[in-house]
Design a protein around this ligand. Structure first.
Ligand SMILES: [Zn+2]
Length: 197
């Protein structure tokens, strides 16, 4: 059993189980030069955050199955009907109608290119990606938005074709389950847990 709290949903209600906050003993902060005078205390904090995906849940569930879902505005009254969104947008930003969920996996496999990129040698707290992180903004044919992601194999260049890979073994149900590689990488050389879907 996990020492962290877990959540399930039943009859439309969140059911939480276990401890979502853990008390950890604090320590004094003492001044080494002034007779160890007390300056303050550390306050270790550990908490479990409940992140609800709502209408985007299908997108995160899809990644672990090798699928990329986007959305499209199909509202006949919308000035920009037919606009396709990836990253997944639940609602059309122009008419605020609910978008249609569409399977974009094949389009991503065939038309993904690096729009721009940045290579980060250092990361923020809780980073799980390998350093340096090669962040890429990916563009797709006929899609009005670009997707922020990361390149696992290859050196990013403007306009470079890239292919999606998915953490289908032990998915985390987060955005890091989706990554990209340069064209032509053999399936057995992909990062651990990742497949072409
Ligand atoms: Zn619209």
């Amino acid at each position: 059993m996990s020492i962290f709290g877990t959540v399930t949903v039943k009859n439309g209600k969140y059911r939480v189980k276990g401890d979502f906050h853990h008390i950890t003993p604090n320590t004094p902060i003492r001044n080494e030069n002034e007779g160890r005078r007390l300056m303050g205390v550390t306050n270790p904090r550990e908490m479990t955050y409940i992140h609800s995906y709502g209408g985007e849940a299908i997108f995160f569930e899809g990644l672990g199955k090798g699928m990329i879902y986007g959305t499209r505005c199909d509202n006949p009254g919308c000035e920009f009907k037919g606009t396709v969104y990836l990253p997944f947008r639940i609602h059309c930003p122009d008419c605020l109608a609910k978008n249609t969920v569409i399977d974009m996996t094949e389009l991503c496999k065939k038309t993904a290119k690096v729009h721009t990129f940045m290579v980060c040698e250092r990361s923020g707290a809780f980073n799980t990606l390998e350093l340096p992180i090669k962040f890429i903004n990916v563009e797709f044919e006929g899609v009005s938005t670009i997707l922020m992601s990361y390149l696992s194999i290859g050196d990013p260049k403007f306009g470079m074709p890239v292919v999606p890979i998915f953490r289908t073994v032990g998915p985390t149900f987060t955005i890091t389950d989706l990554s990209w590689v340069k064209e032509g990488v053999p399936a057995d050389q992909l990062p651990m847990g990742f497949t072409y879907g």
